[in-house]
Design a protein around this ligand. Structure first.
Ligand SMILES: Nc1ncnc2c1ncn2[C@@H]1O[C@H](COP(=O)(O)OP(=O)(O)OP(=O)(O)O)[C@@H](O)[C@H]1O
Ligand SMILES: [Mg+2]
Length: 244
């Protein structure tokens, strides 16, 4: 296993380029990008209706896919200043991070963290601050995103959930699009509807929904394994047939 510069394990170590999940993330990127021209810089918000629907892991895997498959210079920013997670997923320290830029005026480029993946960098959340909504509402966010678009082809922004706090909608004003993650079989329909209504107020930016947790909430025959799509090398003991 390749360690990150910190020596800790990272989600990068577990990413399988040949997995069905990787294929789904490539489809998602295709949807986000269309046919990008070299000057087509995008900054995309990943959000959800409520807590723990899989925003951070999906934001991370999407970012890795863009860097590995598309060879696009990609930046993941942890804009969830309330429950930051990205640093843990990538085995990085929480500090220094976004809150240092927003509150202390630290230069953005000085707090970017590199990963073992050449084209993938991360901005972690930084130390906790008491008033994230207020800070996010200021002019600094616009400046950060515009500056980072100069250096990166794709910027993925992890954020808090839509229904409890204003942060994602405020962030969306400065971004090009939003994807809503829905945890299937868990989040109530009315709650998902409330989040969809909020995003519909910026419908030109609402790119679509990623459904998480499908394997656990749909009948087994929706699973890739059922169709034998899950590839395994022929020298493996199972010969790759319907192996899960
Ligand atoms: N498809 C999945 N299968 C198994 N576990 C998952 C899946 N998606 C997310 N998880 C797990 O669920 C938990 C919540 O995921 P994650 O932190 O990405 O959600 P979140 O929406 O960012 O949460 P928060 O609102 O706290 O920021 C994590 O432990 C994550 O590993
Ligand atoms: Mg999160």
């Amino acid at each position: 296993m390749t360690k990150q510069p910190s020596g800790k394990a990272s989600v990068l170590d577990f990413y399988d380029l040949e997995s069905p999940e990787s294929t789904e993330f490539r489809r998602l990127l295709h949807h986000i990008n269309g046919q990008p021209s070299p000057n087509d810089k995008r900054a995309i918000l990943i959000t959800s209706a409520v807590l723990s629907e899989g925003k951070s892991i999906i934001a991370s895997l999407l970012t890795i896919t863009a860097a590995k498959h598309k060879k696009r210079k990609t930046l993941l920013i942890d804009f969830d200043l309330r429950r930051p997670t990205v640093h843990r997923l990538f085995g990085m320290p929480l500090e220094k991070g976004l809150s240092d830029i927003l509150t202390a005026g630290v230069a953005v480029r000085s707090i970017i963290k590199s990963t073992n993946e050449d084209k993938l960098d991360v901005i972690t959340a930084g130390k906790g601050i008491p008033n994230p909504s207020e800070i996010i509402n200021g002019p600094a966010v616009h400046r950060i995103i515009e500056e980072m678009k100069f250096y990166y082809d794709l910027i993925i922004v992890d954020s808090p959930p839509l229904v409890p706090v204003m942060d994602p909608m405020v962030l969306l004003d400065e971004l090009d699009g939003a994807i809503m993650v829905v945890k299937a079989g868990a989040t109530q329909k009315t709650v998902v509807g409330r989040a969809r209504d909020l995003l519909a107020t910026r419908k030109e930016k609402f790119l679509g929904v990623v459904v998480n947790n499908l394997n656990r909430s749909l009948p087994y025959y929706y699973d890739y394994g059922y169709y034998g799509y899950h590839y395994k090398p022929t020298n493996s003991s199972s010969d790759g047939n319907n192996s899960r």
